[in-house]
Unconditional design. Structure first.
Length: 217
């Protein structure tokens, strides 16, 4: 990540014809170690305007991927189809077509990279075993809890998403709210962080009060 960041910084400075630090303190690169943290990080980014009190719902959160997906979904002509898996990979998404799909079908999708032929986005491969509709529902519910500053009862049809990653309702909202404070150089469950620390030859990786598990690393 250090080498990648340096390359981006040099190219961007060259384009702007400036010198000096490109990555200030507000920028940082974190490795996401497991599926659970992918879901958490996606929600954390999409809910930035809500946490900052700039919006109340994902569909009113300007400059987010979630809003662009919602806007395209509202204009979708073939709504009779139950799944958004193929639609996410089509070229009919006017606003959100530059982003990778959300849903991945681990049983039927091709193994390996899925480079987008149009060049508009980096990959046509999804990154979560959750449909876009379910992800947006979870995002909407979470945003409402953050706005109300209290945690209500999560709808039953959304509960399996959190159960799959070992979180209860309170733990989910807490980690979405505090993601940037909990994780530093790496983010994941305590088990994933322990494995990553061993890979780096370190004793531990900081993740204070990590809700993704019963113990902290």
């Amino acid at each position: 990540m250090r080498c990648t960041s340096e390359n981006i910084a040099r190219r961007s400075n060259a384009e702007d014809q400036v010198t000096g630090h490109f990555w200030e303190g507000r920028y940082k690169a974190q490795i996401l170690l497991d599926e659970a943290i992918l879901l958490v990080c996606a929600a954390y980014v999409d809910l930035n305007p809500i946490r900052a009190a700039l919006a109340e719902t994902p569909e009113t959160s300007d400059f987010t991927g979630a809003k662009e997906r919602i806007d395209d979904l509202s204009e979708r002509s073939d709504r009779s189809r139950a799944s958004t898996h193929d639609w996410e990979r089509s070229r009919r998404r006017r606003r959100s077509g530059w982003m990778s799909p959300i849903e991945i079908n681990e049983r039927d999708d091709e193994v390996g990279p899925a480079v987008d032929a149009s060049g508009r986005r980096a990959s046509s491969k999804g990154f979560l075993p959750v449909s876009m509709a379910r992800y947006l529902e979870l995002l909407d519910w979470t945003g409402r809890q953050l706005c109300a500053d209290k945690v209500g009862s999560i709808p039953e049809h959304l509960s399996p998403i959190l159960q799959r990653i070992g979180l209860d309702t309170h733990g989910w909202c807490d980690i979405v709210r505090k993601f940037g404070r909990i994780f530093k150089r790496a983010a994941g469950t305590p088990e994933s962080l322990a494995s990553e620390a061993c890979r780096r030859g370190q004793g531990w990786l900081c993740a204070r009060e990590n809700p993704l598990g019963l113990s902290s690393v």
